[in-house]
Structures are given as structure tokens and as C-alpha cells.
Design a protein around this ligand. Structure first.
Ligand SMILES: Cc1cc2nc3c(=O)[nH]c(=O)nc-3n(C[C@H](O)[C@H](O)[C@H](O)COP(=O)(O)OP(=O)(O)OC[C@H]3O[C@@H](n4cnc5c(N)ncnc54)[C@H](O)[C@@H]3O)c2cc1C
Length: 509
């Protein structure tokens, strides 16, 4: 195995020397491009910072779960790897949101469920245990200003009983049946791909359900899984999302996407989901370089040059491990093939915010409520009990999804708090208005995420550009949950994509 370039970068800094060269990895200091402009500065201006040069077999851009999983496998295969991360932390869309008292709550990805085998295996390797999401009691359904309670252990599972429920069940059965005809991860190959990709989920749901209740619940299915409106997303994308909610031996189902028990929301990680990337990053050590945003990638003479803030790396291959929309911010030269370049212009992120309120106790449990609610009004359309495993304090989490959070564009933190607590009070009573503290994480305002939970495809994109999601462009390879076959959009999909890309790169080296 070749040496780790950043070990040498650190050593160079320590020694204060200009350059170090060693087998397989080169690190040197060169004037930053900004220094070229120094002639225009006054003679007293401070010297421009020195940019470093390095070399590695593979550069991975992004230390989210996909990038970290790829790095782990490539390092295990004996390759020299550098991971360049724009943020000051690993994990990307997996983040422990500070609550202001020294503790955190999941501000991004949180839940793990059955058939999510690859994130489960990684968490086990990292020594991160899981525990069941609190799910005892009844759920709240808040619709047309009326609050009702319902049990989730009946045949409808997590689906709230509404007047439109029969209508809805028929439509969901149809959807499940159609999803079975989608080749997982390659929806553009479905026999009816053109027809299904020519319409939005909204168009389909309006022609397949008559009641307003069923229509609302179908919109809510899209809002709570993708955080976009039904009008925004292609029917084919939704069908692939359903098909993807499984593994090689269990085909995806609608229930596995939406249910808590037996579904994607079944369990949580002890200490928070961020423990998985944080521990993996610690294991990978100083091959990860934080605060190092990649600005440009040029493919040259069979290899690549990756230009990041303060660092330029020559490598044989580069893995871009992030959503297509965020990858589109990088300058590629020569220009990428049009199918890939235009895919990155057509694969937008949803808008999403997680709002949490901390209470002395999970008081809703005493009222025999799970803490899960679905609502058609107010700033929050879905909630979960985010309390720690021992229930020593109560944490209520609400999703401010799609248009709800965009309505709060420009709102102050106090206004977001007021809107969040008003929604909690509608679902769980006035006690919800007096938390010990609140916090929220807006993903649409995060420069290095641009929204969440996942990039989605409007009509025409999967059939027109879908093949470009994973297809390498010369020495440039693509990872990220959006490229996964199973559990695309989830942590499991991110890990799967990292493992897939590591094999792809290994085969190409
Ligand atoms: C609110 C929310 C709730 C979610 N809930 C769940 C859940 O309960 N369960 C679940 O399984 N999944 C959930 N997800 C989805 C899950 O978080 C993602 O699927 C997964 O974390 C994506 O990992 P990734 O590696 O593909 O991308 P990311 O996590 O986005 O990683 C990409 C990384 O690249 C970095 N980066 C971007 N641009 C550059 C650049 N130019 N240079 C260097 N670095 C760069 C970013 O900072 C980031 O660290 C949720 C997501 C959100 C936002």
C-alpha cells in the first residue's frame, strides 16, 4: 500500500519545509493562484497563502457516507486515497444538530429499517447500536383543522383513516403493482418508462383517485418521503423509489417506505446517526481533508487534476460522491458529455427543515401517543418522537417539508420557532408550547447540500438522462445515494453507492 499523502502534508507543516517527496505520494508547496494577482496589491499586503500539491491513486470528493464508504474499501484494497470535504465535518446529510446544551439531535438522516443491509453492516462494524423508534400508542391525524387519533397496528399500517381511504388503498395497490415492473436502479428500462416519465405524480394521482382525502394522502406520501410537491416529480421516479425500498431478495414496497414498524422508520442509532460517519472518518484518519472545497476537476492525459481550496491533487481517478445538483457546482474540463452535464442541471433537491423541541419529559407518551402526526396545515406535516432511548427527556421532531419551509424563507429563528411550536400544539396540546429549548436545521440553506433529503427527477429526466447518473466520464466516477439501486435517497443507498464505486474504480485502475 502506498503512503497517505496527508500524513506528509501534516509533517511538512510541522517541519516548516517546502516540499516532501515519498514513494507513491508527492506533497509540495506552490504559490496559490491568488499570488499571481499580488502585483496589483500594495507592497505592504500580506503574502498570499501557499497552496499545496499532492498526489494519490484516487481522490474522493465529499466525506458523506458514500465518499467514506468508497474510501474505506479503496484503502482496504491498498490504494492511496485522499478525501476532500468542503465542510469542517464528515457526514454530509447525516448531522448531529447541536441543541445548545452540549447534546445533539439528528438534524438530517435518522432512521434505519429492514433490508437496509449495507448501512446496518457499516454501523455494526463501527460499533453503533440501534434501538426501536418510539411507536407505542396512537398517531395523530390533523386535517381540515380537526384532530383525530388512530392506531397503526391495523391493516392500513401508518396510513391515517380518512374518508378517502378506500380510494387511497386502491391507488397504492396500483402503484405497488406498477413498481414491480420497474427494473431497480434502471427505471428508464421499464416497458412503460416513456409513459410513466411523461407525467408527474400529481397528474397520475388526480386521475387515479377521486376523493380529496386520498389526494391529500398521496401528496403527503411524496412530501414525507421526498420533500417535494407531487407536481415536482415524475411518476417514474416515484415508482423507482418504491421499487428501490428493498434488497436483492425482497422487492421494494410502499409499506416499507412509509411504515415505522417494519418500515424505513423502524429504528434509530444510539448516540445519533452521525456516530456512523464520525467513527468511520476517525478510522480513516488524516486522509480526509476538511474545509477543502473542490472547485475544479480536469481530466488530463489519462489522469485527473483536482483543484480545491488550498490544495491541488494529481490522481489516477476521482470519485465525486454527492448529489448531481451539488456536483454541478464543480468546474469540469474538458466539458463533460452533455448527458451528464445536463443531468446535473435537471436533478433538483427537495426543500427540507427539521425542527425539534426539547421538553423535560416526553409528555405525549403519558397521553398514549406515539408522537407521530400527519397534518395538512401549519408549518409541519409529519412528526416523530426523537427522545433518547431511556426517555430521560422528551424531544419532538417535526418535518417542515417542501412548500412549508419555503414559506418561511427570510423568517427569523423566532418566527420558525413560533410556527413549529404552534404545529406541535395542534397535535399534542398546549404543553407543547413550553419547551426547554428548540433547534432547527434548514437543508435548503446549506451551500454544500442545497436541500434534501434527496435529488429528484422531474418528468423526462430519467428516460432522457438517467443512464448518466452512474456512467463514469473517463477517469471521473460518480457516487452518492442518488446513484444507488436499492434505497436510493437513504443512508443505505449512500453506502451501497460508495461500495459500488470502489469496485468500479478498482477495476479501472
Ligand atoms: C432532513 C433529512 C432527513 C433524512 N432522513 C433520513 C433517514 O431518516 N434515513 C436515511 O437513511 N436517510 C435519510 N436522509 C437521506 C440521507 O441523509 C442521505 O441519503 C445520505 O446521507 C446521502 O449521503 P451521500 O454521501 O450520498 O451525500 P452527502 O451526505 O450529501 O455527502 C456529500 C458530501 O460532499 C460534500 N461536498 C459537496 N460539494 C463539495 C465540494 N465541491 N468539495 C468537497 N466536498 C463537497 C458535502 O459537504 C457532503 O459532506 C435524510 C436527509 C435529510 C436532509
Amino acid at each position: 500500500m502506498e503512503g497517505f499523502p496527508l500524513t506528509r502534508v501534516s509533517r511538512r507543516r510541522l517541519l516548516g519545509t517546502g516540499a516532501l517527496t515519498a514513494a507513491g505520494a508527492v506533497v509540495s508547496a506552490a504559490a496559490a493562484p491568488a499570488a499571481a494577482k499580488s502585483a496589483t496589491r500594495p507592497a505592504t499586503a500580506p503574502a498570499a497563502p501557499m497552496a499545496e500539491n499532492a498526489a494519490a491513486d484516487v481522490v474522493i470528493v465529499g466525506a458523506g457516507l458514500s465518499g467514506l464508504a468508497a474510501a474505506r474499501d479503496l484503502v482496504a484494497a491498498g490504494r492511496s486515497v485522499l478525501v476532500l470535504e468542503a465542510r469542517e465535518r464528515p457526514g454530509g446529510r447525516v448531522y448531529g444538530m447541536p441543541l445548545g446544551d452540549g447534546t445533539t439531535s439528528e438534524g438530517g438522516a435518522e432512521f434505519i429499517g429492514p433490508t437496509q443491509d449495507r448501512i446496518a453492516a457499516l454501523a455494526k462494524d463501527m460499533g453503533v447500536a440501534t434501538y426501536p423508534t418510539y411507536n407505542t400508542g396512537k398517531n395523530v391525524y390533523y386535517r381540515n383543522g380537526r384532530r383525530s387519533l388512530y392506531a397503526t397496528d391495523g391493516i392500513l399500517g401508518a396510513v391515517p383513516p380518512d374518508w378517502g381511504v378506500v380510494d387511497l388503498e386502491v391507488a397504492l395497490l396500483k402503484l405497488g403493482g406498477m413498481a414491480k415492473d420497474v427494473p431497480v436502479g434502471q427505471p428508464w428500462k421499464a416497458a412503460k418508462a416513456e409513459e410513466w416519465d411523461a407525467q408527474t405524480f400529481y397528474t397520475w394521482s388526480r386521475s387515479n383517485s377521486l376523493s380529496s382525502g386520498a389526494r391529500f394522502l398521496m401528496d403527503e406520501f411524496v412530501s414525507s418521503t421526498l420533500s417535494v410537491r407531487s407536481q415536482d416529480v415524475s411518476l417514474l421516479y416515484v415508482l423507482n423509489y418504491i421499487a428501490s425500498a428493498g434488497n436483492e431478495s425482497n422487492p421494494g414496497t410502499v409499506d416499507r417506505l412509509i411504515d415505522t414498524k417494519g418500515g424505513a422508520q423502524e429504528s434509530r442509532f444510539v448516540g445519533g446517526s452521525q456516530e456512523v460517519p464520525v467513527r468511520l472518518a476517525a478510522e480513516l484518519g488524516d486522509i480526509i481533508r476538511y474545509n477543502t472545497a473542490v472547485r475544479a476537476i480536469s481530466a488530463d492525459g489519462g489522469g485527473v487534476t483536482v483543484t480545491a481550496d488550498g490544495l491541488t491533487v494529481s490522481a489516477k481517478r476521482v470519485v465525486v460522491a454527492m448529489s448531481p445538483a451539488i456536483a454541478g457546482k464543480i468546474d469540469f474540463s474538458p466539458a463533460l458529455p452533455a448527458s451528464r452535464a445536463q443531468l446535473m442541471q435537471r436533478y433538483p433537491m427537495g426543500s427540507i427543515c427539521k425542527f425539534v423541541a426539547v421538553y423535560d419529559t416526553p409528555f405525549w407518551r403519558a397521553d398514549e401517543l406515539t408522537g407521530q402526526a400527519v397534518s395538512d396545515s401549519g408549518a409541519i406535516d409529519a412528526t416523530f418522537d426523537n427522545s433518547p432511548p431511556d426517555g430521560s427527556r422528551g424531544i419532538m421532531m417535526g418535518f417542515m417539508n417542501q412548500a412549508n419551509i419555503r414559506k418561511l424563507d427570510g423568517a427569523s429563528a423566532d418566527e420558525v420557532r413560533t410556527a413549529g411550536l404552534a404545529a406541535f400544539a395542534n397535535f399534542f396540546g398546549d404543553k407543547a408550547k413550553s419547551p426547554v429549548r428548540t433547534a432547527f436545521q434548514r437543508w435548503d440553506n446549506e451551500i454544500w447540500s442545497g436541500g434534501g433529503p434527496v435529488g429528484i427527477a422531474p418528468p423526462g429526466v430519467l428516460t432522457g438522462f438517467g443512464e448518466a447518473l452512474r456512467a463514469p466520464c473517463g477517469p471521473i466516477h460518480w457516487a452518492g445515494t442518488e446513484t444507488s439501486d436499492y434505497w436510493t435517497g437513504y443512508m443505505d443507498g449512500a453506502v451501497r453507492s460508495g461500495e459500488r464505486v470502489a469496485k468500479e474504480v478498482e477495476a479501472a485502475l
